[in-house]
Design a protein around this ligand. Structure first.
Ligand SMILES: [Ca+2]
Ligand SMILES: [Ca+2]
Length: 387
């Protein structure tokens, strides 16, 4: 079980509300020519012994970005979970999609040093008038098509909103021995009016969080931002290569120890999720970017803080067919758990990932999400490829 999966099917388990925010592609935005989000091109298999990867930075470093020299790295981790909690062993095998280690060679690229912040996203919206998916009514047709069983939707169900943590969940419904307990337990909710400007719903504000990562952005939203900025979402391989910070075979951006010198080097959840958040790292929710130390490349919050969208479609078996040079993901999505919902890759874990349960915050853990849905703990950062 992992956090933040397909919201539609999750909420189908607990209510008649489906949490898929939808904006038909091609919908005209105020003041901006809407373009279909970029779609990863088909991977082209290359010989392992191809041209040497681009290592030297080909030009001036764009503001806020870091040059990642090209090279070859070992992607994935056969060890799977970075820690073994006996009470959670049943869940850990779900991360087998990342256990097939394979060598990947990448050309160098620039990547944002931080997650895209509210201030940066606000600049984008001010310049373009862009309206995110969470700010628009949901599509009845899409929700019905993605629901695992027939669903009845009222007009109220289709009101704009996004997914948030439900602090009023009923503890008596939380049974960690049951599959899907995080969903059946009512731990998530669709919060009407929640969006990037009002992360907890109508009346909430980002005024004191302008240097926090933007959240409640769908993959489509993120892709449009990247296009506007002259950038793109990182491939999954680029993200993992960058997150490792030049280290090999480590669970975290800084090494294998979850708490070096007793410190928490990233923003996750400490304590027994979802009952107790000890906030030992000082951040109960999102934290300002750069609140925690950078990795060896000078990148902040690659793990923790918010999940980060990647360009690739998600398939659990992709590592078995991934080309060795500049892989760009499979041609189409497949999540066997929810095959009706196209999903893109997410990486890095978030402030909701418990130190005793979730392992999303290791550099190799894979995650996936409905490309139409934003969430309160999901954001993104951008790259510029040199070629
Ligand atoms: Ca925290
Ligand atoms: Ca992150």
């Amino acid at each position: 079980m992992r956090w933040g999966l397909s919201i539609a099917a999750v909420l189908l388990m607990v209510s008649a509300v489906i949490a898929v925010a939808v904006m038909p592609l091609g919908t005209a935005q105020r003041g901006v020519e809407r373009r279909d989000p970029p779609v990863p091109v088909q991977s082209v298999a290359s010989e392992a012994e191809g041209p040497s990867p681009l290592v030297d930075e080909p030009g001036p470093t764009p503001a806020g970005m870091v040059w990642i020299p090209g090279g070859t790295f070992r992607m994935g981790d056969r060890r799977g979970a970075p820690h073994k909690h006996p009470e959670h062993l049943d869940e850990i095998p779900e991360h087998r999609d990342a256990q097939l280690e394979h060598d990947v060679t990448l050309d160098g690229f620039w990547i944002d040093a931080t997650e895209v912040t509210n201030a940066q996203f606000q600049e984008f919206v001010a310049a373009t008038g862009y309206v995110t998916e969470s700010e628009q009514p949901l599509s009845r047709e899409l929700i019905e098509a993605q629901a695992a069983r027939p669903i009845e939707l009222s007009e109220a169900d289709l009101a704009p909103g996004s997914i948030c943590f439900n602090p009023a969940f009923d503890p008596s419904r939380v049974d960690k021995q049951q599959p899907g307990w995080v969903y059946a337990g009512g731990i998530w909710k669709v919060q009407p009016g929640a969006n990037w400007r009002e992360p907890e719903g109508a009346g909430s504000s980002i005024a004191d969080r302008m240097d926090h990562p933007v959240v409640h952005v769908s993959w489509n939203d993120a892709a449009v931002y990247c296009h506007w900025a002259g950038k793109q979402l990182p491939t999954e391989a680029e993200w993992e290569y960058a997150a490792r910070g030049g280290l090999a075979g480590q669970h975290y951006p800084w090494g294998n120890e979850p708490r070096p010198n007793g410190n928490w080097p990233h923003n996750i959840w400490q304590g027994n999720f979802p009952f107790e958040n000890k906030v030992e790292d000082g951040a109960p929710g999102t934290a300002a970017v750069k609140s925690f130390p950078p990795n060896g490349y000078g990148l902040y919050d690659m793990t923790g803080n918010v999940w980060e969208w990647c360009a690739d479609w998600y398939r659990p078996d992709y590592y078995a067919i991934s080309p060795p040079r500049n892989p760009r993901g499979p041609e189409e999505s497949l999540d066997p758990e929810e095959p009706l919902i196209p999903k893109r890759v997410q990486r890095g874990g978030s402030f909701m990932c418990s130190d005793t349960y979730c392992i999303g915050y290791s550099v190799h853990s894979r995650m996936k999400g409905d490309l139409n849905s934003g969430m309160f703990h999901t954001g993104f950062r951008c790259v510029i490829e040199s070629q």
